[in-house]
Design a protein. Structure first.
Length: 121
């Protein structure tokens, strides 16, 4: 049986990818999106795990520091016995922080902050 020239010729035109699968340019874009999806999954997992574990020492320190700064500013303006209560709450917040009871520390710092704000109004 005789072969014709059509069997031997290579495909021509704008579709050379049809014979070998993905082109190099298409694989590069595909790899980029797969990498981006993997990074998104990792960041989502880390975020959810940190949210579910509860407050950390860093969040507690920020709450205490903000309340202390407000207390110092309020002491310059007014002398109020309510500020003494706020100061004792901040001391309690610092002591519970040393015991690693972060939620109690944050609650004490929030109460102190609220007392400070109430006294300055």
């Amino acid at each position: 049986m005789a072969r014709t020239w059509a069997v031997k010729r290579k495909p021509i035109g704008i579709y050379p990818a049809l014979r070998g699968g993905w082109t190099r340019e298409a694989r590069a874009g595909h790899k980029f999106w797969m990498f981006l999806a993997a990074v998104g999954c990792v960041l989502g997992t880390v975020t959810m795990s940190s949210v579910l574990t509860g407050p950390s020492a860093g969040a507690t320190l920020v709450a205490i520091r903000v309340a202390k700064q407000e207390l110092l500013l309020a002491k310059r303006i007014i002398r109020d016995p309510l500020l003494n209560e706020a100061e004792s709450l901040l001391i309690r917040a610092s002591s519970t922080l040393k015991d690693r009871r972060y939620e109690e520390s944050i609650m004490a710092a929030r109460e102190a902050y609220q007392k400070i704000m109430d006294s300055t109004r």
